[in-house]
Design a protein around this ligand. Structure first.
Ligand code: ADP
Length: 633
């Protein structure tokens, strides 16, 4: 039973493979690209909002600490102007005697102690220090010319002198506040207070705050990290450098720049600074970013800057980015898995449907075919019945034909039979007449001899008629035949013709038992030998070979003559009924047909060979009863 191949055919390979190939080729890089992209977005968003919240927090801190710096500085602004009220100071400036100087020195020393400033001193209009609070110290300012200091130059012109610098005497940094001392509208000297602001640095350090104050030149003057001190946060122009060198504001310090690797302005006064690893700002090996928030300090040209490290924020942002990427990968994986499962289920459903459809089709076809088969079975049964009927008819016809053949053979043989019987009859008549006469004469011996001869002749006649009777009798398909006996009987039946022809018979076969009725075997052999005799009529030395051999449960008897053989045209029709080449009443054309059908009826076969040496050989092959029973003749 065939199934429709279309039912099981998968989708066209080119269609099925291509999208899968494309998916397999492009999906992983796409997912990876999306992972990276989304991870970056996650990182960026986290960093952005983190910076914003840090900025808000930092702004409060900035305000708080800037105010603290402002109040620290403003604490001293009034101090130099106080000296204007002090008469000893104006006396000293008007008349710089040692007594006046000592009075002012003592006064300044006491004031300095109470105000907790670093030093307080008074200069004349030429810039020379007239009196100082540190008059006792070895590195006292007393008598020094500080006219080159910017704070002096401003104050002597009546402007407030604000100055952060390094002391030229002892190299100590400090904040200088100067004030021009007026008397009757005229500046007679300059009072200066030097303040140390390092306490604020210590406060920042304690609060773990990263902050610095840069002056108008961008030089860091106060810093929570001492390494940053006296570094410039903006590039210094050559002119500024020269001016600073001349004023010795920062003494001889190199004033290196604190140059960030990257600077990103986020808003007014808010920047993102990245310093390279190993910079003076960063102690460890990796680049470090800061959120830098700057605010100017009131009453000074200075700026206060708060630095908030972004390391933790960045680490957090990286973690967020990784988290987003991993979450996306997980979602993508789940989606792919879900999609694959959906496809598998869809394929299974489709396969089940296809199978169901195929089953339905198969069932339909089986039903159709079964109907067809049933019909053809019925037809076959009818044909078998017809064949059986025809076989029966044929068998009956064959039997009739065999019988007819036998009768025909009898008819044919009647002449020779008559001849065979007439001879002994004539001899009998003569012998019986003679015997009567010998009895009358009393010659009993001779009469007795004649009677014996008569007996023999009667026996011979009896045998001839017996053979004819057995030949004419209907046989059946079953039974056993002895080959030797059958050959003898056949030769005996044809005895007259055999003798007349002086036929030489060569017997080379075994006395085997064959599965055929004895009479039928004799009939076959009579036909074959009779035909051979006919064919050898013109042969001066007729010879007949009877050769046998056992082969695969059968016995082959070859009946070969040295007659005229059979021409090519006759060979084609040899076994056809009523085919004969014999003239007139001599041939009926039934002998070979009947012999072949008799052999076939027992499961045997009759064939013909045409030996190259001449003559004809008929091969009779019949089943053996028992192969072991063969006895050589
Ligand atoms: P019939 O003998 O009545 O002609 P057969 O069927 O016995 O019918 O033989 C058919 C023909 O086969 C014969 O007429 C003869 O021509 C040919 N034939 C049969 N046997 C031989 C033989 N041994 N040699 C030559 N021809 C033969």
């Amino acid at each position: 039973m065939k199934c429709d191949p279309n039912l099981y055919r998968a989708a066209s390979p080119s269609l099925a493979v291509k999208p899968r190939l494309i998916r397999h080729l492009f999906l992983p890089p796409l997912i990876i690209a999306l992972m990276i992209g989304l991870g970056y977005i996650g990182f960026w968003t986290s960093e952005h909002y983190g910076i914003r919240s840090l900025g808000e927090n930092g702004q409060r801190q900035l305000e708080l600490h800037a105010r603290a710096v402002e109040s620290e500085i403003s604490k001293y602004t009034y101090l130099p102007s106080l000296l204007e009220l002090e008469t000893s100071v104006s006396k000293l400036l008007a008349d710089p005697t040692p007594e006046h100087r000592q009075t002012v020195n003592d006064y300044l020393e006491g004031l300095n102690r109470r105000s907790r400033s670093r030093a307080i001193y008074v200069m004349d209009t030429t810039g020379r220090v007239m009196a100082t609070s540190n008059w006792r110290d070895v590195d006292s300012y007393l008598g020094e010319d500080l006219s080159f200091r910017a704070y002096f130059q401003n104050a002597v012109r009546g402007q407030p002198g604000r100055f952060y610098g390094i002391g030229s005497t002892n190299g100590e940094p400090g904040y200088y506040l100067a004030h021009g001392l007026e008397e009757h509208g005229k500046i007679i000297g300059v009072a200066v207070v030097k303040v140390r602001l390092e306490a604020m640095e210590e406060r920042w350090q304690r609060a773990r705050l990263e902050a610095f104050v840069s002056d108008e030149n961008g030089i860091i003057i106060l810093s929570s990290d001492p390494a940053r001190r006296l570094k410039s946060v903006v590039p210094l122009s050559e002119e500024t450098k020269e001016k600073l060198a001349r004023s010795l504001q920062y003494y001889w310090f190199p004033l290196n720049e604190l140059q960030p690797l990257a600077r990103e302005t986020l808003s007014e006064g808010v920047e993102k600074l990245t310093f390279p690893a190993n910079s003076e700002l960063v102690s460890d090996d990796e680049n470090i970013s800061y959120l830098s928030q700057t605010r100017p300090l009131s009453d000074t040209p200075w700026n206060f800057t708060l630095l908030t490290p972004l390391q933790d924020l960045r680490r957090e942002a990286v973690n967020q980015g990784i988290l987003v990427a991993v979450a996306f990968a997980l979602v993508a994986f789940l989606l792919i898995a879900w999609n694959e499962r959906r496809k598998v289920i869809a394929t299974r459903l489709a396969a089940r449907e296809a199978l169901q459809e195929a089953n339905n089709q198969l069932e339909r076809r089986i039903t159709e075919r079964t109907t067809d088969l049933r019909a053809s079975n019925e037809r076959l049964k009818g044909q078998i019945r017809e064949r059986r009927h025809a076989e029966e008819t044929l068998r009956r016809a064959q039997d009739e034909l065999v019988q007819a053949g036998k009768l025909a053979a009898i008819g044919q043989m009647s002449t020779s039979i008559a001849h065979e019987l007439n001879q002994p009859l004539a001899a009998l008549r003569t012998l019986s007449g003679n015997t009567v006469r010998f009895l009358e004469r009393g010659q009993l011996d001779v009469a007795s001899t004649n009677l014996k001869t008569i007996n023999e002749l009667i026996d011979r006649m009896g045998r001839i008629t017996a053979s004819l009777r057995s030949f004419a009798r209907r046989g059946d398909d079953k039974g056993q035949a002895c080959l030797g006996k059958a050959v003898d009987a056949a030769l005996q039946l044809l005895g007259g013709r055999v003798e007349n022809a002086h036929l030489q018979v060569h017997r080379h076969f075994d006395d085997v038992q064959m599965q055929i009725d004895q009479t039928r075997l004799e009939q076959i052999l009579v036909n074959l030998v009779g035909n051979a005799l006919d064919a050898m009529q013109a042969q001066p030395q007729p010879e007949l070979w009877l050769e046998g051999e056992a082969l695969e449960g059968k016995y082959r008897l070859r009946v070969r003559d040295n007659g005229h053989g059979i021409d090519a045209e006759a060979r084609k029709h040899l076994f056809e009924p009523f085919f004969t080449t014999k003239p007139g009443e001599q041939g009926l054309g039934l002998g070979l047909t009947l012999s072949a059908s008799l052999a076939a009826a027992t499961g045997g076969h009759l064939g013909v060979e045409h030996p190259a040496s001449g003559g004809t050989a008929f091969v009779l092959s019949l089943p053996l009863v028992s192969p072991t029973s063969a006895e050589p003749i």
